[in-house]
Design a protein. Structure first.
Length: 606
């Protein structure tokens, strides 16, 4: 094909030059040159049709990206916080993202979802968190649709000291695949120090998604100036060192318990919290235990060791005090430790049945492990490399910020017990009870918990059920309601061991009863009677009135031990609903599930 001068805007010399060039070009080079020459025209206001212009339109038009749905199941708020952060980052990159808790997601919309990202924790013995139950049950039922067009990825948070580590995330991952979904990115299971693997998962997911976009338009992930300006200065990643204003024992003489009431100064922290939220504390290990461990391993306490992948250095003793967990054993830890030991007893233990392994780990710590299965090979740094970070401890906040500006109050039960010939104590509770004095500082941050909140309508009645330190958030609830001058009725069920020595915050409850802030209170002191009486027994005694409150719109709150107290309370609630509502067992279950979905049945259990 030759360019004719008479049919073109070129002179003879230009035409000859172009003809010599065109004869040497491949088809792809001609196409590129066509687009290159047409590009300036494509950016002008004049939109003339030509094959070159159409080529540019196709090249410059980004591909339609699939819609992303992010669902979270969260108990303490970690999955929710991550889901919100990842949603923000994706929206900054112009992705179309829908964010929802699993409870609020319309299950019928699942078959329309294109890309699904699930973030979930695991609760108790492998159970889904409360706000994921309905979606979990739907997905595992016969009503679940085929999901042949779905792509998905799962981020699972858990605690490797539990037998069913990250089980809910594993269940979601398996079920979505069974229903025909395609894995966009492999599931990642996170232990208590979840931040680094969580971000690794998100970067992996984002990498897969960005491959389908115009990669020249994709920028590195970073918060926008406006977003970063809105973030608090102090957070989980940058805790505030709060001064201890008060640290007193709430239990009376003769009690076999020690419950500390801590008041911390938040002035200057700009930390905001609501009743129902938790305060996270980064604790330190007991120096006595650290020194025993160092002596047993014949380590040099002043040896410099790395404490993270970034290469930060501490002395060995400081690293064991402030960074690494040494007070509990997990199966992953024992598996890693076995590579540093030729002791066959350890290898046999790992090959034994799960009950035998659990029996060994229960009540033992790292000092027990190194004593039982030496000699050990490798350096101190090698050994620290198999340890996980000290987990943050979360405590229900026992105060209202409106009633106590620039302060936060906590109710912490000191854990002490004897096991395997040694005295043991809780890491954080022991620190607060024995090693924290007025004027000392604790590194803290606020952990939001949208799953345990007062009703927005101050006239709504509330029923609060708790035992021991589980009463902490109810003190915050009533302080808040007092400040708000709320008109709604309130009913507290509280249980402990002894009336005389263990009636936590007794004078405050009595004052609120007198003033009408607290409408009713029922107490159960299990060791004061020949037959043990617990909060669920008081609930059963008041079953008719309790059901009347529920029928009148009351919100029900349960806080405390999940394994025993919370399960017994739920069983009693179901019994009351069934008997007083004249319902079948299945109808009572549905009634309570409906309350939970309406956020009228909320639990903060541990």
């Amino acid at each position: 094909m030759q360019l004719e001068v008479m049919n073109s805007p070129f002179n003879q010399e230009q035409a000859e030059l172009l003809n010599r060039l065109l004869s040497t070009l491949t088809d792809s080079q001609k196409m590129w040159l066509s687009g290159y020459l047409a590009a300036p025209q494509a950016s002008t206001a004049v939109k003339e049709y030509s094959p070159a212009n159409e080529t540019i339109k196709q090249a410059n038009s980004p591909q339609k990206t699939r819609e992303i749905t992010i669902l979270y199941g969260s108990h303490t708020g970690n999955c929710q916080s991550l889901a919100e952060e990842f949603t923000q980052k994706l929206k900054q990159e112009d992705y179309n993202v829908t964010l929802s808790s699993m409870d609020d997601f319309k299950t019928k919309a699942l078959k329309k979802v294109e890309d699904l990202l699930i973030l979930t924790s695991t609760h108790g013995d492998g159970d889904p968190p409360d706000n994921a139950i309905t979606f979990y049950e739907y997905l595992h039922s016969k009503r679940a649709p085929k999901l042949d067009g779905l792509r998905f990825s799962v981020l699972s948070l858990g605690d490797s000291s539990y037998e069913f580590f990250c089980q809910t995330g594993k269940d979601f991952d398996k079920r979505l695949s069974e229903l025909g979904g395609e894995r966009l990115y492999d599931r990642i299971d996170c232990d208590l120090d979840f931040e680094e693997p969580a971000y690794q998962w998100f970067e992996g997911v984002f990498g897969k998604l960005s491959q389908e976009k115009d990669t020249s338009a994709v920028q590195p992930l970073s918060p926008s100036p406006d977003a970063s300006a809105d973030l608090p200065v102090y957070s989980r990643a940058n805790p505030f060192h709060a001064e201890i204003l008060e640290n007193i024992n709430l239990n009376g003489r003769g009690s076999n318990k020690e419950t500390r009431h801590l008041e911390l100064d938040l002035e200057g922290a700009q930390l905001d919290y609501q009743p129902g939220d938790s305060l996270g504390i980064y604790p330190e290990n007991d120096s006595e235990l650290v020194d025993q461990l160092i002596a047993e391993m014949n380590w040099n306490p002043e040896e410099s060791v790395p404490i993270n992948k970034q290469g930060d250095i501490r002395s060995l003793r400081e690293a064991l005090l402030s960074t690494f967990e040494i007070t509990s054993l997990t199966k992953p830890l024992l598996e890693k430790a076995s590579k540093l030991s030729e002791n066959q007893d350890l290898h046999k233990l790992l090959e034994a049945d799960s009950k035998q392994l659990k029996d060994y780990m229960y009540g033992r710590d790292l000092l027990d492990l190194v004593k039982d299965f030496g000699p050990w090979s490798g350096s101190a740094s090698d050994f620290l490399g198999i340890l996980r970070k000290i987990p943050v401890r979360l405590y229900s906040i026992a105060s209202s910020l409106k009633a106590n500006p620039d302060e936060v109050h906590l109710t912490i039960g000191a854990l002490r017990y004897d096991a395997h010939g040694r005295n043991r104590k809780g890491v954080c509770s022991g620190q607060c009870a024995e090693r924290s004095q007025q004027g000392d500082r604790l590194p803290v941050f606020v952990q939001k918990n949208s799953n345990f909140k007062l009703p927005e309508n101050h006239d709504t009645p509330i029923i609060m059920i708790g035992a021991g330190t589980g009463v902490a958030p109810y003190r915050a609830f009533l302080e808040e309601r007092e400040e708000e001058e709320a008109e709604g009725k309130s009913w507290l069920f509280f249980g402990e061991q002894h009336f005389v020595s263990d009636f936590l915050y007794q004078t405050e409850w009595q004052q609120w009863l007198k003033e009408g802030v607290l409408t009713k209170m029922d107490v159960a002191f299990s060791r004061d009677t020949e037959e043990k009486v617990y909060v669920q027994h008081r609930m059963k005694e008041r079953g008719q009135e309790l059901f009347e409150w529920i029928e009148a719109g009351a919100y029900i709150y349960v806080c405390g031990d999940e394994k025993y107290m919370a399960k017994d309370v739920q069983s009693t609630l179901l019994q009351i609903i069934q008997e007083e509502g004249k319902l079948s067992e299945e109808e009572a279950d549905e009634y309570l599930n409906h309350l939970r979905k309406e956020k009228r049945y909320q639990r903060d259990v541990y």
